[in-house]
Write a protein that binds this ligand. Sequence first.
Ligand code: GLN
Length: 200
Amino acid sequence: MRIGILALQGDFQEHATCFTKLDISVTEIRSAADLEIIDGLVIPGGESTTIAKLLNESGLNDSIVKKSDLGMPIWGTCAGLILISKELSESDPPTMGLIDIKTSRNYYGRQIDSFVENIYFASETVPFEAIFIRAPGIIETRGNVVTLAKSRNKIPIAVREDNILGTSFHPELTDDLRIHEYFLTMAEDSHKKLENLKEN
Ligand code: GLN
């Protein structure tokens, strides 16, 4: 098992630290070839217009869409969530459209650019301390998208559609590794499926 973290801009190092704590090998992804050796990809928080520009220039944009179509688990956090959304309220940046949600950048407003809220992820009873930093809002979920957590104001903040996971907050900035573990189960399931296909 190996997890790739898109390392073009943003807080990829923090995600890498979380997976390392879970004894999982990590590869920093900077080119399309890097995608060939991983079982799951994390697109971190940062500045979505900058990441979108670098995704385009590196050719990674199209390769990630292809991998997603083939079932590779992909998790976008914050700016990463913006980039995987099918629709965005704003005209910029262009997104990869991997999950059928409509997202709005900097949704939670300037005066509360950053805040922390206890949330409940995937029906767990122990709260998770969710850190929001100039976070996007998920203003619409469509089709087969499942909401895994909502904020106090009832807005979805963690969503999943098949192999795609999105969170508008930053689990990599806490010591609580439960959401990283959740993504690992997605990657493990996909890894097993691929191994079975190879055997048959
Ligand atoms: N507001 C940023 C953007 O639009 C995302 C912030 C983040 O990733 N923490 O790109």
